[in-house]
Design a protein around this ligand. Structure first.
Ligand code: PMP
Length: 405
């Protein structure tokens, strides 16, 4: 079993100084750092194995195709689904857009699309556009004053509204809250809703079993789970996925083309026109291998302990207010300090080598609900340690002293 405290040594970006201080990377919610094995896999492809997939009969092309398709199987195994249910996209954003565009024919005027108040813009705007196209109504499950979805309230909202589509994040990118999506999906399905879960934040920390969750669609981004940018996953239950119309069109996704008519392949090929992001898929394959080799129970416990350590330290500073559910959380703390602007604090923290995020975190409606113009967000991953948190807290004390003059 790997020693989790040693894993940070596998991440070359963490071994640097920023502004003369050792980097303390607390922005994994924006994108995770990459282990050397992922960087090596991408380099190896371009240095030794570069060829296009699904095309040539020559050795390199066959090897590229084999390795590329093997990662699809790996991803499917990771999520406990079938490889034919995995579509490679450019990111969680594109995955949601693909589904929202594809459901246009499923909606009529006044049908309900139900989302929650804490969604990332990527899980709001595509649904809003779908509502505009179809004259359906976009309805929202509210959050409480801490920014949390209360499951019983959410369930009664689902019961009351009987949505045609239910879309919800598994974990909030701004607050880290974990939603009880399994219960919400089950309720939405009682009314025949099509369900989509945004797992962009949750995947790395929760390793969801999608057969158990039983949602129709689940989306994630490779770059938030140790993989490269420019790659996302759309999981869809095969029939639900295959029922979606084509999204982007071009080569590879077709069966036959004439100037009169084109016929398309079945999912997943149907949704993957053109040359895919081969190197990213191979890099993500290395990320999945890396994750698989770590005992998940131990990793999860480590992350949770670290998060509680962070929360305890933050709570000991007078004037800090932390939002969100501090018990069911992937390891993200979003906070304000009195009336100080989040931007000033984040800038000052950077001068101490602390990489934290400030702003609305692509959740403007959530910020409006909480009556905030932004927060400082600290998002952890297993390559962080208590020393990172101690450095962050000590820098935070100094920044506060500077701000208070
Ligand atoms: N949903 C959530 C919850 C996210 O955190 C993000 C990225 N911040 C996205 C969707 C969009 O992911 P991407 O930018 O990789 O497409």
């Amino acid at each position: 079993m790997s020693d989790i405290t040693q894993l940070r040594n596998d991440f070359p970006t963490l071994k640097q100084t920023i502004e003369g201080h050792p980097l303390v990377y607390l922005d994994s919610g924006a994108t995770s750092q990459k282990p050397q094995t992922v960087i090596d896999a991408i380099n190896r492809f371009y240095a030794k194995n570069n060829a296009n997939v699904h095309r040539g009969l020559h050795t390199l092309s066959e090897k590229a195709t084999f390795n590329y398709e093997k990662v699809r199987e790996k991803m499917a195994n990771f999520l406990h689904v079938n490889a034919t249910e995995i579509v490679w996209t450019s990111g969680a954003t594109e995955s949601i857009n693909l589904v929202a565009a594809g459901l246009t024919q499923n909606l009529s005027q006044n049908d309900i699309i139900l989302i929650t108040a804490l969604e990332h813009h990527a899980n709001i705007v595509p649904w809003q556009q779908l509502a505009l196209r179809t004259k359906a109504k976009l309805e929202v499950i509210p959050v409480n004053e801490q920014g949390c979805i209360e499951t019983t309230q959410a369930i009664s909202k689902i019961t009351q509204l009987k949505p045609k589509i239910f879309a919800c994040s598994h974990a909030s990118n701004t607050l880290g809250n974990i939603q009880e999506v399994e219960k919400l999906i089950a309720k939405a399905k009682e009314f025949g809703a099509i369900t989509l879960i945004d797992g962009a934040q949750a995947f790395l920390h929760l390793r969801p079993n999608l057969r158990q969750l039983d949602c129709d669609f689940y989306v994630l981004s490779a770059h938030k789970a140790l993989g490269p940018t420019g790659l996302g996953v759309l999981y869809g239950k095969y029939d639900a996925l295959n029922a979606l119309p084509v999204y982007k069109t071009g080569g590879e996704m077709i069966e036959t083309v004439s100037f009169d008519k084109t016929t398309f392949r079945q999912a997943p090929a149907k949704f993957e026109p053109g040359t895919p992001n081969i190197s990213a898929v191979l890099g993500f394959g290395a990320a999945l291998d890396y994750l698989e080799a770590i005992d998940f129970g131990a990793l999860h416990q480590y992350e949770q302990d670290l998060y509680q350590y962070l929360i305890q330290k933050l709570q000991s500073i007078e004037g800090i207010k932390i939002y969100g559910d501090l018990k069911h959380n992937i390891g993200t703390a979003s906070f304000t300090y009195k009336n100080e602007h989040h931007y000033d604090l984040a800038m000052l923290l950077n001068s101490y080598g602390i990489a934290a995020r400030s702003g609305h975190h692509c959740t403007q409606p959530l910020m409006q609900t909480l009556n905030l113009n932004g927060t400082i967000r600290v998002s952890l991953a297993f390559y962080n340690n208590k020393a990172d948190i101690d450095r962050f807290i000590s820098a935070l004390h100094e920044c506060i002293a500077l701000l208070e003059g």
